[in-house]
Design a protein around this ligand. Structure first.
Ligand code: SF4
Ligand code: SF4
Length: 257
């Protein structure tokens, strides 16, 4: 059977404002096979990946660009690591962090970089596609990855044998969470005695004595990167470390990482 993913962007799908074109023009639906319908609970379109024939008509007909049908290589079929819901984003495969190495994940928005960070840092346990489960099933996850490089890594994460530090993606929200001077926050975070070094290499001196609420996006970004690096952890994650930075600052941050 062909492997396909049907994604309905819930924020775009607006059945009350369209003419249900996705249902009206779907060829198998028109001949009596149930493929696409409006879920009474969510009031959004739902697509059956089993009966959809990937014709792509609904993608073109939807006035709000709310549908994607993605064909997958057969080889990926067995590699589903995480899924957020029916007709929702899915992540196939995970990179394996290695001691002493820096791994960079590149890709457009929505490709799964932040999900990788959440899974590899242990913030979220892989659900292997069982998106209705509310709790982590680590035993099953470790069985699934048995014999792979990821198994040993995830076993340490599951058993809390690895400590992680994460630089969050949305640094603009930090001023709503933290208050006070930048210097005080970084001094508190400095478990490795590296603050003086990072003040120079990340060019922090000009805003060290300012209040966090007064920082620009680029200053918040550099403060967040420094605070993450100052923690004592086995693995460091930097989610979107280049946003708000100019090219010079991006290179500076890349060198420090
Ligand atoms: S997917 Fe598009 S056409 Fe279908 S119900 Fe939602 S908004 Fe309407
Ligand atoms: S891709 Fe074709 S078969 Fe699948 S839901 Fe859309 S219109 Fe129907």
């Amino acid at each position: 059977m062909p492997v396909r993913i049907a994604v309905v962007f819930k924020d775009r799908c607006q059945p009350k404002r369209c003419h249900l074109e996705c249902i009206a023009f779907c060829p198998p639906q028109r001949t009596g096979t149930e493929v696409i319908w409006i879920d009474p609970e969510t009031t959004k379109a739902v697509i059956s990946e089993e009966t959809c024939i990937s014709c792509g008509i609904c993608i073109r007909k939807c006035p709000f660009d709310a549908i994607r049908i993605i064909g997958l290589p057969e080889a990926l079929k067995e590699d589903l690591v995480h899924q957020y819901g029916k007709n929702a984003f899915r992540l196939f495969r995970l990179p394996v962090p290695k001691q002493g190495e820096v791994i960079g994940l590149l890709g457009p928005n929505g490709i799964g970089k932040t999900t990788c960070v959440s899974l590899l840092s242990g913030e979220v346990a892989p659900n292997l596609g069982h998106y209705r489960r509310k709790k982590a099933y680590w035993e099953e996850v470790l069985d699934y990855f048995a014999g792979t490089e990821l198994h040993d890594y995830l076993a340490k994460i599951a058993n809390k044998k690895l400590t992680t530090a994460i630089k969050p993606q949305y640094v603009d929200k930090l001023s709503k969470i933290y208050t006070g001077r930048v210097r005080d926050l970084l001094t508190k975070a400095d478990k490795r005695g590296r603050l003086a070094e990072l003040i120079v290499s990340l060019d922090l001196a000009s805003f060290l004595d300012r209040d966090i609420a007064q920082l620009s996006g680029g200053e918040l970004q550099r403060m967040a990167i420094a605070a993450t690096m100052l923690k004592d952890a086995d693995i460091y994650f930097f989610d979107e470390p280049s946003s708000y930075l100019d090219i010079y600052q991006r290179l500076q941050v890349a060198k420090v990482i």
